[in-house]
Design a protein around this ligand. Structure first.
Ligand SMILES: [Zn+2]
Length: 145
């Protein structure tokens, strides 16, 4: 459930907190900001200090669902486990560990039988690499028997 917010009250609070530190509090306002929502409305004449603070605050905002960009396909749809919902690439330390583990397994399989071309085994490895939801993170990176 999303917590209800009153944008007018939030803006008024922001201005109050920031304007307190304005080095030129007597300077004329440089902008008039207006907010109107179902909860209320407000009009605020603000100085350069507040406008700059607001711009910096907005520019530095990061959505809680923003987990970065996929290095493989460029999608911004990474879930909280850094798993790309578009191409399946797994990012972060866990993704790197899984990728190295999959590479090591593939190399060992090739060394054991260089002529082996089992499509079922290759498909299973692809599924392990792509679908992180089936990977038991507690066993990843542990030495193999
Ligand atoms: Zn991707």
């Amino acid at each position: 459930m999303t917590e209800p917010l009153d944008p007018t009250a939030v803006l008024a609070d922001f201005i109050d907190r920031v304007a307190h530190f304005d080095p030129a509090p007597d300077a004329a306002p440089v902008a008039v900001l207006g907010v109107r929502t179902a909860l209320g409305e407000g009009t605020f004449a603000v100085g350069d200090h507040v406008v700059r603070a607001m711009c910096r605050a907005l520019a530095s905002y990061r959505d809680p669902a923003d987990h970065g960009t996929c290095s493989q396909c460029g999608s911004r749809r990474l879930d909280e486990n850094l798993h790309c919902r578009e191409c399946g690439q797994l990012h972060g330390i866990l993704g790197e560990v899984i990728a190295r583990h999959a590479l090591r397994v593939a190399q060992e399989a090739t060394v054991a039988d260089p002529t082996a071309t089992d499509p079922g085994k290759a498909a299973a490895m692809d599924a392990q690499t792509v679908d992180a939801s089936t990977v038991d993170a507690s066993t990843v990176g542990e030495p193999r028997p």
